[in-house]
Design a protein around this ligand. Structure first.
Ligand SMILES: [Zn+2]
Length: 172
């Protein structure tokens, strides 16, 4: 049994539930694959793979030249940390179906790969569908592909995950 599956058993989900869970398993990046990105005003550096960092730096400066100020809200997350997020929400009284609409099961988050970034703009709605209405989102829709980024969870995506206009994956 993989480490991720061992962690998932601690959530007490039924086999039926797990077999109807659609997102694919994601490989967790190892420590030596990860590189810190330091952002002004951020308490902790964001970790991503080296290639993702290169793509991000190019994309961020191209966006800045167009007057669009993008920053990273979240990059790499470990499987263990994802479990803590899910457990915290359960303790706060949410049921697992509710939680899994917005948080992946541990082992299934693209953030484990170190190639997924949650993006935001200063002063703009963050991590909500309203990010769709920002200039930053329009810019990303036009230009992200040129920097190897694509939006993983559009509306009606095949994984049953809520629309996440802020979540972009680097395929470099
Ligand atoms: Zn994300």
């Amino acid at each position: 049994m993989s480490a991720a599956m061992t962690l998932i058993t601690t959530l007490g989900l039924t086999d039926d539930f797990l077999s109807s869970y659609l997102p694919p398993l994601q490989l967790e990046a190892s420590e030596q694959d990860l590189k810190p990105i330091h952002q002004t005003d951020a308490l902790k550096p964001i970790l991503t793979t080296a290639k993702t960092a290169v793509c991000w730096e190019k994309m961020q400066s191209a966006a800045a030249q167009d007057g669009i100020n993008l920053y990273i809200i979240s990059g790499f997350r470990s499987v263990q940390y994802q479990l803590e997020i899910v457990n915290r929400k359960r303790k706060a009284g949410q049921d697992i179906e509710q939680i899994l609409k917005v948080s992946a099961l541990p082992g299934y988050s693209e953030h484990h790969t170190g190639r997924a970034l949650d993006l935001g703009m200063p002063g703009m709605p963050a991590l909500t569908e309203d990010f769709e209405h920002t200039k930053g989102f329009s810019w990303l829709q036009k230009h992200a592909k040129a920097f190897a980024f694509s939006m993983s969870y559009p509306r009606q995506n095949p994984y049953g995950i809520a629309f996440e206009p802020w979540h972009w994956l680097c395929d470099a």
